[in-house]
Design a protein around this ligand. Structure first.
Ligand code: NDP
Ligand SMILES: Nc1nc2c(ncn2[C@@H]2O[C@H](COP(=O)(O)O)[C@@H](O)[C@H]2O)c(=O)[nH]1
Length: 486
């Protein structure tokens, strides 16, 4: 990337910069390859953050099915993480995992479960997982909340063999004017579901798969406690990438934790032949990058203070405007043959494009993804009838209470004094884009387009060719669409 004018002597946020178009020979946005350049080579350069309000099993599955990744947070017990990853690995890489209920499940419970996935149906199954029918919110309209799924379900179900191609599913659903197909194994057991949009997406996105063709997922590990045991547990729990996670990554405790993690990772590689990459952070300077690479990091997680749940900058004055942080760290990592994840501060598709232009290998998103069907929280409704989920920072009093649950009351109270995040915020589901896949579509279509404006067919070309200008606040404001007259 280069600057349109001189590189400024001060640091820049995403809002401070814009991209100037360049002469391009890329004639279609579909000719752009979005494979991440971080060494993991995921087909989509997006990572759902290791935040308790964001990444659980549903997020991990959905992100990987659309080519990205999600990272299970450090606060979840290792056995729970391993069980969740097992389910991710068992999920179909093509069909969505269905919301399932038994015939006796109440309508009230069925409706609350439907909100956990974007496809808008619950599949009614018997004890052998054979499909009996479907319930949609429409089917339940007017029914008593204590009625049962079997009373309201439709038995007019489009069943397809699990080998059916997404294109054939799409055609079949169009012919039959149905909203969802149910994939079944030969003995009639449920495999998954697919909507017309899901079929389209399966044709556009390649899933992020492991060495066995299973969906990939990552695990975050904190730097306190028995680090080798935690890393070992994550590896044995089938993590495909490990994130060594702390607010201040450029500290000696991280350097020693990373050294220990590397030893365990290398021993695992000798036993299994699989080398799992280590991500470490967070850092914002070339010095931090170099020290963590020396200690064993393969990928550097970049960002101090840009996060939507973050109070670090206001509390401490520490942090760095994210565009400049990514640019400096990506340059430093690149000189050592390593890469970065740009972590935090992403609120629009343009921010992802700018992070990739600055050289990030992938982009991590937290709060934006918290406001989707697939995040971990319960879907709630405000007084105006708008759906939202609660989000909170990983350094908030709420998260610290959870992370220190096994310590003494005194230690917990002391830890709670160092709160650096918001404990409760509302992330509204965008009615036009309520699912994380809707956001992925929006982001990737934006990034594909950015690449063609820069004349780039791949993300490495994009990071080379992008031309970045610095804009005023009114320059940024001019680019915002208006939904009413002025
Ligand atoms: N990207 C960002 O800007 C930030 C991210 N976070 C996220 O919050 C979560 C919790 O992280 P964290 O608070 O590091 O908790 P951890 O549980 O990972 O513990 C951090 C360890 O580092 C020590 N430490 C020393 N200096 C600092 C410092 N300035 N900030 C934090 N710890 C320090 C702490 O000791 P002691 O407690 O005794 O000081 C503690 O032992 C992580 O998921 C992290 O990514 C948090 C803040 C900023
Ligand atoms: N300073 C804090 N940073 C936090 C906290 N919880 C998470 N984070 C960081 O934010 C990003 C995600 O950013 P977002 O803008 O996409 O929400 C996450 O990966 C962490 O690095 C916190 O409590 N305090």
């Amino acid at each position: 990337m280069h600057f349109l004018d001189e590189r400024p002597a001060y640091d820049l946020t995403y809002n401070d910069v814009f991209m100037a178009p360049s002469r391009s020979s890329v004639s279609s946005r579909l000719d752009v390859d979005l494979t991440s350049t971080d060494g993991l080579a995921t087909p989509t350069p997006l990572v759902a953050a290791n935040m308790t309000a964001v990444s659980g099993r549903r997020m991990a599955e959905t992100m990987a099915r659309r080519g990205g990744l999600a990272i299970f947070p450090q606060d979840i017990p290792a056995d729970v993480v391993a069980a969740s990853i097992r389910k991710v690995k068992d999920a179909s890489p093509v069909f969505d995992t269905a919301v399932t209920v038994s015939p006796d499940t109440t309508v009230g419970e069925t409706l609350s479960l439907i909100a956990k996935r974007a496809h808008g149906v619950a599949v009614v199954i018997d004890a052998d997982r054979r499909v009996l029918g479907l319930v949609t919110p429409n089917d339940a309209t007017g029914a008593d909340r204590f009625a049962q799924a079997k009373d309201v379900m439709t038995t007019d179900v489009t069943r397809v063999p699990a080998e059916t191609t997404p294109a054939s599913v799409f055609e079949l659903l169009s012919e039959q004017h149905q909203k969802v197909a149910v994939a079944v194994a030969p003995e009639g057991r449920l495999v998954g579901v697919m909507t017309p949009k899901g079929a389209l997406r399966s044709a556009i996105y390649a899933p992020a798969l492991d060495h066995e063709g299973r969906l990939r997922a990552g695990v975050a590990v904190g730097i306190n406690g028995d680090v080798p045991a935690k890393v070992r547990a994550a590896l044995e729990g089938r993590a495909d990438v490990i994130v060594m996670d702390t607010a201040h990554g450029h500290q000696e405790k991280m350097i020693s934790a990373l050294g220990l993690a590397r030893e365990v990772r290398d021993a695992f590689a000798s036993e299994t032949g699989r080398t799992i990459l280590l991500v470490a952070g967070n850092v914002v300077t070339a010095g931090g990058v170099n020290d963590l690479i020396d200690a064993g990091a393969d990928i550097l997680k970049v960002g101090v203070g840009p996060g939507a749940m973050c109070t670090t900058r206001m509390q401490t004055g520490v942090g760095r405007p994210q565009f400049s942080a990514v640019l400096e760290c990506a340059e430093a990592a690149g000189q050592r043959g390593k890469s970065t994840w740009a972590d935090g501060g992403v609120r629009h598709p343009r921010d992802v494009a700018l992070a990739l232009a600055a050289g990030a290998g992938s982009v991590m998103i937290g709060s934006w993804f918290a406001g989707t069907h697939e995040s971990t929280g319960e879907q709630l409704v405000d007084a105006q009838g708008r759906s939202y989920k609660e989000s909170f920072g990983m350094a908030s009093a709420r998260a610290v209470r959870q992370r220190t649950r096994e310590q003494s009351a005194f230690e917990r109270a002391r830890a709670a004094m160092f709160e650096e995040g918001i404990s409760s915020s509302r992330m509204y589901l965008d009615p036009r884009r309520p699912g994380v896949e809707d956001l992925i579509d929006w982001i990737t279509s934006g990034v594909r387009s950015s690449c063609t404006y820069a004349g780039a067919r791949s993300l490495s070309e994009f990071a080379e060719r992008a031309v970045i200008g610095v804009q005023s606040g009114s320059g940024y404001e001019e680019g915002r669409p208006l939904d009413r007259s002025w």
